[in-house]
Design a protein around this ligand. Structure first.
Ligand SMILES: *Cc1c(COP(=O)(O)O)cnc(C)c1O
Length: 395
């Protein structure tokens, strides 16, 4: 096999006969939408993250919408968050008719800078929406403290953080317990475990959980499974405006298989990330875990050295059969956010912008071999070396 036709993808889900078998079981059962598999997936996810309640929904964007809504976010309100995130983070705030208020990220890393949160708060702030970007836990301890001090709920966008951990009162805990008021997860194929599309809300608040279950199913007060199993004729009512944000039993069955694989997936991802960190020492700016965080390494994102153009570097890697992605986007730079009534910046967003222009995401997936990782390392060394030569000649 030549290098040119052996492409190394940036990410790849693990799916095999186990998931196929799970879907087959559901299809043959005749019950394919939200039902017993969804309920089982919720129990198993709750157990994994030690959450009192877990409610499955159609994706993380709908989870964020319901989380903000239950926190009372509505028209005219503000939610403090980052621009440096996937656009869904801020879109969910706008679905509530509220204004995303952006602050910058930390000097190193890609998470919200807790030092900037307090200056962004106003009388209209209804929630803080923090993101565990690329699977790396953000500084929840400080963010939750600020939330408590101002009596503002903290919602965690944990889309990428299934299986990530944080040191909490001396004990390692999974993201999603939750440590804020609500955590929202994604099971899109680009995350560490997938259901095709899918999401989960975890909370310790039973009233929030009750609302999620009502709203995800059109605001209907009886579930399909209860009505179906009832020996008495039942007429449902619709006490509140709801949505169709359901997960199907086919998706949940896949999710249950994926959760069984999670420990193995994370162990391998952590091993690969450790190898990148060792081998890239000295010529890339690598992501680092604070001593209170364990990332699931949903993505391994490096900052290119000065003088190495992002697009040129990515192209040079692609020419060597290695697929990469640009680092995290900045929401405020998109046309959908161009109008001043769409969002407000409460700090400069300089670090967010620098990260977007300098960072690239390297291939990382559980099936990746050590040899594939070394191919990426060698190619990066090569590409960085070429840039140094050009730099020296130009200078
Ligand atoms: C992927 C992602 C989302 C959206 O998740 P979906 O399940 O695709 O709706 C939201 N926020 C962040 C930070 C993400 O990475």
């Amino acid at each position: 096999m030549t290098q040119a036709n052996h492409q190394i993808p940036v990410a790849k889900p693990i799916l095999d006969e186990r998931e196929v078998e799970a879907v087959r079981r559901v299809v043959h059962s005749g019950w394919v939408t939200q039902g017993p598999e969804v309920a089982a997936f919720e129990r198993e996810f709750a157990e994994l993250v030690e959450a009192p309640h877990a409610c499955a929904v159609s994706n993380c964007t709908t989870a964020l919408h319901l989380a903000l809504k239950v926190a009372g976010v509505g028209p005219g309100d503000e939610v403090v968050t980052v621009s440096h995130s996937f656009i869904a983070t801020a879109n969910a705030i706008r679905y509530c008719g509220a204004l995303p208020v952006f602050v910058d990220i930390e000097p190193d890393g890609y998470n919200i800078d807790p030092d900037l949160i307090e200056t962004a708060l106003t009388a209209r702030t209804k929630a803080i929406l923090c993101v565990h970007q690329l699977g790396m836990p953000c500084d929840l301890k400080r963010i939750v403290e600020i939330g408590k001090r101002y009596a503002i709920p903290v919602i965690e966008d944990a889309a990428c953080a299934t299986g990530s951990e944080i040191l909490w009162n001396g004990r390692w805990e999974k993201i999603g317990r939750p440590h804020g008021d609500i955590a929202c997860f994604s099971f899109h194929p680009r995350k560490v475990v997938t259901t095709g599309d899918g999401g989960m809300l975890t909370t310790a608040n039973p009233e929030y959980d009750r609302k999620f279950r009502l709203w995800r199913q059109h605001g209907m007060d009886v579930t399909d499974t209860v009505r179906h199993g009832s020996k008495q004729v039942m007429f449902e009512t619709y006490p509140e405006l709801g949505y169709n944000y359901r997960m199907t039993d086919m998706q949940a069955a896949v999710g249950r298989e994926q959760l069984k694989r999670l420990p193995e997936i994370i162990a391998r991802r952590r091993q690969l990330a450790g190898m990148y960190t060792r081998h890239l020492q000295g010529f890339m700016d690598m992501p680092a875990e604070p001593d209170w965080a364990r990332s699931n390494w949903q993505s391994y994102c490096v900052r290119l050295p000065d003088g190495l153009d992002q697009r040129a570097a990515m192209q040079a890697l692609l020419d060597r059969g290695i697929s990469t992605r640009r680092g995290v986007m900045n929401i405020h730079l998109e046309s959908a956010y161009a109008s001043p009534d769409c969002c407000r910046a409460a700090s400069t967003l300089e670090r967010s912008c620098a990260a977007q222009n300098q960072a690239i995401i390297l291939p990382l997936f559980a099936q990746m071999t050590d040899a594939e990782l070394m191919t990426v390392v060698e190619a990066l060394r090569d590409v960085a070396g070429l840039a140094e030569v050009r730099h020296a000649r130009a200078g």
